[in-house]
Design a protein around this ligand. Structure first.
Ligand code: C2E
Ligand code: MG
Ligand code: MG
Length: 464
């Protein structure tokens, strides 16, 4: 290689090296830039997460902690130290919203939140909006249940004369910080008890409420199993027409097969779990199928009444469904009676009247059940489309002796309603009711609820 060639090569080489070096520097700079950019993005993402977390942990309407927020704070404080949970649930907020408007509802929640925050700050407690209508206050120390001042301050939040404010049902419970979730559940049980007792009050948790919670969980399992495994059956309690001196119909009463659990317990539970629509339809379907079977066996077919709970009013398709069912089993609609109660009428008059009218239109009759156990509002009797009034056992027991029942029977007759007395257990009651002109009697005096086969062949003539 000549000197010239060598010089030329070195010049190329140097240029190549310098290009490479520049590229490396450029790549390095680019890499550093990308790193910085990624770091910035990561920080931004972290910040966004923090904001999201903070938003999640705070309630935007009240500025209190949210459910997640208070639970996160409680998770942080471990140990055996005492705590007290106060759960406050606004009563009938939807009715309040209907009456005063949604804005007033929001304002009430906001005002309650403000007061709760002041109270929490004063007593170094945690306060949260725990659900739509629910607030939770937590004292991480000895339970201040018996501190009159705190109690009054809590009550005052919902008895505010400067704002229109719904009342609240309040449950209180004590426990230890490491079992905060159990303590909140206990407060919830106490709050539910306050609702049951009539709302607008404070209830302290006791062991019996815990047992009731366990019982509810047990009923839930029983119901779930019965729904999945065709585990319901109907018993039929005869109704005796006094003028004709014979059985004129049956009330179908639901049971869980092989279980002594009373429907008085599992029907309200089914309502609470939101299963009553399905279970209610099951009962109606079994009754219609039974009538079809009796018909097929060539029996004298009587009317069967089936109970209808307030929660079943959510079953918007009930009437067309029932019409279809009756057609499918070729059962005359007049053989089915639906037993309704005054409380159904109380909660939403428009919806219930429409439903009752639709039932009547397809030829199904209505009985007003448990009359006298609740409101016993006589003024409704005139326009309630029920053809029969069933006097509740409680009024048969307490009013038969003093004659008040005579006036009720008279009034019912004046309104062209037929009168059934329920829960008649003794002969003197039967005789007295007969003398007063009661039309039909249902009760243990004639028979307890029976399996279909026994009910249909029951002879009551010896008891008349
Ligand atoms: P209800 O409709 O008022 O039914 C009458 C209840 O009184 C029945 O209790 C019946 O067994 C009981 N009874 C009848 N005669 C006497 C008597 O002489 N003495 C006493 N002590 N009790 C008597 P049951 O079967 O436990 O039903 C309780 C409630 O459960 C029913 O009250 C009804 O509200 C509800 N229920 C029962 N079956 C159904 C159903 O299929 N669907 C719905 N939605 N509710 C049902
Ligand atoms: Mg009934
Ligand atoms: Mg009844």
């Amino acid at each position: 290689m000549t000197l010239n060639e060598l010089q030329a090569f070195s010049a190329w080489d140097a240029m190549f090296l310098s290009v490479c070096a520049s590229a490396l520097i450029f790549l390095h700079l680019y890499y550093m830039h990308s790193l910085k950019k990624a770091e910035k993005q990561r920080k931004l993402a972290e910040r966004r997460c923090e904001i999201l977390q903070r938003d999640l942990q705070n309630d935007t309407l009240t500025g209190l902690l949210s459910r997640e927020g208070i639970l996160a704070r409680l998770r942080e404080t471990k140990g055996k130290q005492q705590m007290c949970a106060v759960l406050m649930d606004l009563d009938d907020l939807s009715l309040f919203n209907d009456a005063y408007g949604r804005k007033a509802g929001d304002e009430a929640i906001h005002a309650a939140g403000e007061k709760l925050r002041t109270l929490a700050m004063k007593h170094k407690a945690l306060a949260a909006r725990f659900g739509g209508n629910e607030f939770l206050l937590v004292f991480q120390r000895e339970c201040p249940m018996h501190n009159e001042e705190i109690r009054r301050e809590i009550e005052d939040i919902f008895h505010d004369h400067t704002h229109v404010m719904p009342t609240a049902s309040i449950g209180m419970a004590s426990g230890t910080c490491d079992e905060y979730d159990a303590c909140i559940l206990d407060a919830e049980a106490a709050m539910n008890e306050a609702k049951k007792k009539g709302k607008d009050m404070i209830v302290f948790y006791d062991e019996a409420m815990g047992q009731r919670m366990d019982e509810l969980a047990w009923i839930r399992l029983k119901l779930q199993k019965a729904m999945q495994e065709d585990g319901f059956e109907l018993l039929y309690q005869p109704k005796v027409n006094l003028a004709a001196g014979k059985v004129c119909g049956y009330e179908a009463l639901l049971r869980i097969r092989d279980s002594t659990l009373s429907p008085a317990r599992f029907i309200p539970a089914a309502e609470q779990f939101g299963w009553i629509v399905q279970i209610g339809r099951t009962a109606v379907e079994m009754a219609v199928r039974q009538i079809a079977e009796w018909k097929k066996e060539g029996r004298d077919v009587h009317k069967v009444s089936v109970n209808f709970s307030p929660g079943q009013m959510r079953d918007r398709e009930f009437v067309p469904w029932l019409k279809n069912l009756l057609e499918q089993y070729d059962v005359d609609p007049s053989l089915i009676t639906i037993e309704i109660t005054e409380s159904m009428f109380m909660t939403s008059t428009g919806t219930s009247l429409k439903l009752f009218e639709e039932l009547r239109k397809i030829g199904v009759e209505l009985d007003l059940d448990d009359f006298g156990s609740g409101y016993a509002n006589f003024s409704w009797l005139g326009f309630l489309p029920a053809s029969t009034i069933k006097l509740d056992k409680s009024i048969v027991d307490s009013w038969l002796k003093n004659g008040t029942i005579a006036s009720i029977i008279d009034m019912g007759h004046q309104l062209s309603k037929s009168i059934i007395a329920e829960g008649v257990e003794e002969r003197w009651q039967y005789e007295k009711l007969k003398e007063l002109g009661c039309d039909v009697i249902q009760g243990y005096y004639f028979s307890k609820p029976l399996p279909a086969g026994d009910a249909v062949s029951l002879d009551v003539s010896a008891l008349l």
